[in-house]
Design a protein around this ligand. Structure first.
Ligand SMILES: [Zn+2]
Length: 424
């Protein structure tokens, strides 16, 4: 064997297992494997997980914070205006450099797969070319999947549908959309039909920004589920944001959830962004704006948590830490039950991996040896501590390491160092 990781806990609850790796793949998982390996790693009872996966991001905008100016109000509308000011100034080289820098941050955080939307409303398709180049460059260490995203509306913006098809022809993977930004509800529904038919025709996946508003009558997710069902796109369609569902009538939602389930549509909530951008027209009480995550899960619908933004016109914080995303999602959705907290870990690992259609993902024989060793005993502790990534592995090779979180104390009568984990 090339590598054996000894005495690890797994996210599914298994404790004290060894993981054997050869030629970049996991060969065996089990207690006290009787194997010799060139490299032995002692996990020391820490959590060994498959890597973090972000199902919803905007890599063409990331790390542009402050260009050409900061978002003074911090609102969605000023963010969109700011992106409009920035777009004509974008250069391909700067886009590539910022995206590569973000991918470095992601690797350091154990985030090894990202689905990024890329705006196709600029006739030059500069951002598309740039992110396709980034995708090629990072492929050895990070899976980057791209969504052709008509930010200004596929019907509302001139050339948007044409540009979207050009982007797909250039190698972009997924069909995007933004029905709530079209001029009317009817045009929004028409955009969903056109885009889903195009995806069905091309054999592609679909991921739309859908109902990202506080409008209780914004019901494009219903149309997306209907079209997915009609066109047989089950398992290939994702509704991102779905924030209007927070404000919908309860009876209507009781009918909507089984429809989404029947259509095989997955959901992505973006807790950091939803909690800061939604509810801005409210006085008090102020709506949280995140979609109904526990209810979606209870209905059998896969739900992932996405990061959406890091240091861009819409959000001035973030660092590629999916545990921070899970932490916020857990709080906003009040998912404090034992299983619910583990579901939040799943929402930044296995669930988005399935949404992206990643092959060979997991901690099981035959899977890629893509792993993260966390300074925590289990998924709940990992979220609580936003645990340090002791090591990040890609295809059996260590590509990032961080020290455990410890502090040395200078207190009389107290232990010399402090550990933030109970029972240690
Ligand atoms: Zn988004």
């Amino acid at each position: 064997m090339d590598v054996v990781i000894r005495n690890a806990n797994l996210a599914d609850g298994q404790q004290g297992v060894d993981v054997a790796i050869e030629h970049g793949r996991i060969m065996a998982v089990g207690p006290r494997l009787p194997l010799q390996a060139a490299q032995e790693i002692d996990a020391g009872g820490d959590l060994l997980s498959a890597p973090f996966v972000d199902a919803h991001f905007h890599m063409d905008a990331t790390l542009s914070y402050g260009l050409p100016r900061v978002n003074a109000s911090g609102t969605l509308l000023e963010g969109i205006a700011l992106w409009g000011e920035l777009k004509p100034q974008l250069t391909q080289q700067a886009l590539i450099e910022r995206a590569l820098q973000y991918c470095d941050w992601a690797v350091a955080r154990g985030l090894l797969a990202i689905r990024s939307h890329v705006d196709v409303c600029d006739d030059r398709l500069l951002a598309v070319e740039a992110l396709l180049e980034v995708k090629r460059q990072v492929a050895p260490y990070l899976d980057l999947q791209l969504v052709a995203f008509p930010q200004d509306g596929v019907l509302r913006a001139p050339n948007a549908l044409l540009n979207l098809k050009r982007a797909i022809a250039m190698g972009v993977d997924v069909v995007g959309g933004i029905p709530h930004f079209e001029r009317t509800m009817a045009e929004g529904a028409e955009s969903v039909r056109i885009l889903c038919e195009y995806a069905a025709d091309q054999g592609l996946m679909v991921d739309m920004h859908c109902d990202e508003s506080d409008d209780p009558l914004s019901r494009h997710i219903e149309t997306l589920a209907f079209q997915s069902n009609r066109l047989g796109l089950h398992g290939r369609v994702t509704g991102s944001h779905l924030t209007s569902m927070h404000s919908m009538d309860n009876y209507y939602v009781s009918k909507l959830l089984p429809l989404i389930r029947e259509a095989g549509v997955a959901a992505v909530a973006n807790p950091l962004i939803n909690i800061t951008l939604q509810g801005r027209h409210d006085t008090y009480p102020k709506r949280r704006g995140m979609t109904r995550v526990p209810e979606l899960l209870a209905a059998g619908i896969p739900v992932a948590f996405g990061h959406d933004c890091v240091m861009d016109p819409w959000y001035s914080l973030g660092s590629g830490d999916m545990l921070e995303v899970a932490h916020m999602g857990l709080h906003v959705a009040q998912m404090t039950g034992q299983q619910a907290m583990r579901d939040c870990f799943q929402a930044v690992t296995a669930t988005p991996a399935a949404i992206l259609g990643l092959q060979g993902y997991g901690v099981a024989p035959g899977c890629h040896a893509d792993l993260v060793l966390l300074d925590a005993a289990d998924p709940v502790e990992a979220i609580r501590l936003r645990a340090a990534r002791r090591l990040v592995m890609r295809r059996g090779k260590i590509i990032a390491e961080s020290p455990r979180a410890r502090a040395n104390l200078e207190l009389p009568g107290r232990p010399a160092s402090v550990d933030f984990r109970l029972g240690r």
